[in-house]
Design a protein around this ligand. Structure first.
Ligand SMILES: [Zn+2]
Ligand SMILES: [Zn+2]
Length: 214
């Protein structure tokens, strides 16, 4: 798919290898700050907001069959704690390494693989087109891998109170004296049972009430 769409050198995630050249062993280091593309991260969980700055450091190395790109992306990711739902931010530091092949690499000495293997391999391979390569799929994969699937605001976040939804980390001694009317009614009932009617109740019902009181 990407092979047919021409790369645009004005796209900030498209890099030019002309300066590097095709002599194996040639090296080039690049830094670039880009605006985060849409949906960079794990959707609905945590990600880099669209337009937020992403710092890229790249090292391009010319090899026989293409350009080996090694790099790091740094950005701030935003999401929310899966336990207490509080917004959180984390410094993202995503490393990547990817080979971008020359489209004609196969014709330049690489032994042809078995047809089946070749087709499979080609789907994952990234290519250089007219001396340009598109870092976007590599950046996306690296960012997803570097982000937590279940981000928490702190490792021991106690989450939310199951009764009132308060954030327990803000109030570690948080507890409820039964103030809810329904609870008060139950407590009154339990109290009257204890005052002597208990023996007349069936064992099962008394058991339920005792459980709820705790
Ligand atoms: Zn939390
Ligand atoms: Zn509570």
């Amino acid at each position: 798919m990407a092979l047919n769409a021409r790369l645009d050198h004005r796209n900030p995630l498209v890099f030019d290898t002309h300066e590097l050249g095709r002599r194996p062993g040639a090296l080039q280091r690049l830094t670039r700050e880009i605006d985060a593309p849409k949906d960079l991260g794990i959707q609905g969980v945590i990600g880099v907001p669209e337009g937020a700055p992403v710092g890229l450091e790249l090292r391009l190395e010319s090899v026989m069959e293409g350009v080996l790109v090694t790099g790091t992306a740094r950005a701030k990711a935003e999401g929310e704690c899966v336990r207490c739902l509080e917004p959180l931010e984390l410094e993202l530091d995503a490393d990547f390494q990817e080979m971008f092949s020359y489209p004609d690499a196969d014709d330049r000495g690489r032994p042809k693989a078995e047809p089946a293997d070749d087709a499979e391999e080609d789907e994952d391979r990234l290519f250089i087109e007219d001396g340009l390569f598109d870092l976007e799929p590599v950046l996306r994969d690296a960012v997803v891998l570097a982000l937590p699937m279940q981000p928490v605001c702190q490792d021991d976040c106690p989450g939310l109170c199951s009764q009132c939804g308060a954030r327990l980390a803000d109030d570690p001694d948080h507890h409820h004296d039964a103030v809810d009317i329904r609870w008060a009614a139950l407590q009154g009932l339990a109290g009257s049972l204890e005052d002597g009617e208990k023996d007349e109740m069936s064992g099962a019902e008394a058991g339920v009430d005792e459980k709820q009181e705790k």
